[in-house]
Design a protein around this ligand. Structure first.
Ligand code: PMV
Length: 336
């Protein structure tokens, strides 16, 4: 029997950066995001004795997967088994699996494709082991987190957090939904200045966070204030408050990245120009729009319906940039 699931990336507003336990992907601080409705990833999971991963591009051609990618899936399945053991169902998963990934996400779009892939894999695993155990969404988000921390948030639709927790227990950090996708329709206009593969992926980046002299203050700010402010802004649909806290957290994360050893500077001249220009446009036209960037030069412009056409026109005028659009989405689901 095979199981197929679908999922999407999310737009991180309070960013996950740095772990208290890198091997188990246990974060230092909470994070928060909006799940997007596109681009989608579909994963079909089949029983198999040895691990095999096949991946297909948006145009249907098969993607040559490097050893590192295949190892990441193998490692994730091992960790999933370790977690299932703590739930008393270690035999629920087959010895290994045939994983078929069909992705609509353009390569290196700068949207965390790993958040879509590993939330999708987690949802598929949840479906596959259903006869043995009915995992809750929070438990399923732990499975997702074991592949990619941000993926824990894409299990849910709408607006959700990855709660860091405190202990070293494998299940101590998990996702939680604060409002579903019907709560607030927000649009994400995504501008990709460069389609080059990024040099340092987030898995390699997280362990460097602790080397920045600004990291402790970042963790403290999220724990004491920012996460709460972001959740409140979303629940009360206070766009201006959301804009302030999201941009503050984004600038802060990139400051930590740049001051780490080795320094990670993901932002380019194009990124800085776009964020400068959108800030000016917001001021002069009173537009409800804010920006955020993850581990790459891609700029996400989040806006309400009323600002959407203006933001799209701004985005279309950016020469040499690829453009994608998404909105609030429903999260990972099983496909019958
Ligand atoms: O889930 P990871 O390990 O790919 O880390 C994601 C890191 C950021 O995209 C920079 C922030 C986030 O919260 O998504």
């Amino acid at each position: 029997m095979s199981v197929t699931a679908g999922s999407t990336p999310n737009s991180a507003w309070i960013k996950y950066w740095g772990n208290r336990n890198d091997a188990l992907r246990l974060p230092m601080a909470d994070s928060f995001s909006m799940t997007l409705d596109s681009p989608t990833v579909e994963i079909t999971l089949d029983h198999a004795d040895v691990l095999s991963v096949r991946s297909f591009n948006p145009d249907g051609s098969e993607k040559e997967l490097g050893a590192v990618h295949i190892q990441r899936f193998g490692k994730t399945l091992e960790l999933v088994k370790q977690y299932l053991r703590t739930l008393g169902v270690e035999d629920a998963l087959p010895a290994s699996a045939l994983i078929t990934v069909r992705s609509q996400i353009p390569p290196a779009v700068g949207l965390a494709s790993s958040s879509a892939v590993f939330s999708c894999l987690a949802r598929a695993i949840q479906g596959l082991i259903l006869p043995a155990i009915e995992l809750t969404d929070e438990q399923t988000s732990v499975l997702a987190r074991l592949g990619s921390g941000s993926a824990a948030r894409s299990i849910f639709g709408g607006f959700s957090a990855l709660l860091a927790g405190e202990s070293d227990a494998i299940g101590s950090a998990y996702g939680r939904q604060y409002a579903d996708e019907h709560h607030w329709a927000l649009y994400n206009v995504i501008l990709v200045p460069s389609m080059h593969e990024k040099k340092v992926g987030s898995t390699e980046g997280h362990p460097t966070a602790h080397t920045s002299p600004h990291y402790a203050a970042r963790v403290q700010a999220i724990r004491t204030r920012r996460q709460r402010e972001c959740i409140d802004a979303v629940l009360t649909k206070d766009f201006e408050k959301l804009q302030h806290v999201v941009e503050e957290d984004c600038i802060d994360m990139h400051h930590v990245m740049r001051t780490s050893t080795p320094p990670l500077d993901y932002l380019t001249e194009d990124t800085h120009r776009i964020t400068r220009d959108i800030t000016e446009l917001r001021r002069s036209e009173h537009l409800p729009v804010f920006y955020t960037m993850d581990a790459g030069p891609t700029v996400q412009l989040l806006c309400t319906e009323e600002a959407r056409d203006r933001v799209l026109a701004f985005a279309r005028a950016q020469e040499g940039c690829a453009l994608f659009e998404a909105k609030t989405g429903p999260g990972a689901c099983l496909i019958p």
